[in-house]
Design a protein around this ligand. Structure first.
Ligand code: SF4
Length: 208
């Protein structure tokens, strides 16, 4: 298997691999273009989106490093730059001063909201496909991501709804937190179920 070898490109797997490579290039291009417009690096854009959408317990230098797939030093540099631009604030956790949490400033919140459409061109291209092709593509790409996740190539942060630890409406008498997370063994407020979580494990596979 050598997807970059032109003689191998005739295989279906080789052609799909190169197509995924081109989509990855298009995504990088979208981030670079937006970078120029808003004067933030692609890593800074991803950091703002992470802090806007991920569960708050992951809002640390380590959590950001895991999300970006970079070293702690690089993660810290990204946060330094965002602090300098007054988009992010560092603060020690009230009950554990050794842990420094990261929070978006009001300006950072606004900026992150404006950046959420950075992948619109990709989504428009996907949306132009017939429904049956979209469904097939969804299942195929999910299977590819699961395999890459198991091999340690990608860390998936996702919302509760497809997670094997999610227990929907486990606490019907608790309107403040009607759902349950079996991983944390704690009730979940509805709003928290829409946050990307580093502990997410797809319902179909076992934790590696
Ligand atoms: S482990 Fe799963 S159910 Fe628990 S908070 Fe994370 S995504 Fe939600």
């Amino acid at each position: 298997m050598k997807a970059f070898d032109p003689k191998q490109r005739h295989t279906t797997s080789g052609q799909i691999t190169i197509a995924l490579y081109r989509i990855a290039q298009a995504i990088e291009y979208a981030f670079r273009q937006r970078s120029k417009e808003v004067h933030l690096s692609p890593a800074q854009i991803q950091a703002l989106l992470f802090l806007k959408n991920a569960r708050t317990h992951a809002h640390t230098i380590t959590g950001l490093a895991n999300r970006l797939g970079v070293t702690l030093a690089t993660s810290s540099d990204v946060v330094d730059a965002l602090e300098h631009k007054r988009l992010v604030e560092r603060a020690p956790l009230p009950d554990d001063q050794r842990v420094v949490t990261l929070t978006l400033t009001p300006q950072g919140e606004r900026q992150a909201e404006e950046l959420e459409n950075v992948l619109d061109e990709i989504e428009i291209a996907v949306d132009s496909l017939p429904d049956a092709e979209k469904t097939a593509l969804l299942h195929a790409t999910q299977a590819i991501v699961r395999r890459l996740q198991s091999a340690g190539y990608v860390r998936v942060y996702e919302m509760c709804w497809g997670c094997q630890f999610f227990r929907r409406n486990a606490h019907p008498d608790n309107p403040q937190a009607p759902h349950h997370c079996a991983f944390m063994d704690a009730p979940l407020p509805e709003a928290d179920t829409y946050r990307e979580c580093p502990d997410f494990v797809p319902a179909e596979i076992e934790r590696g």
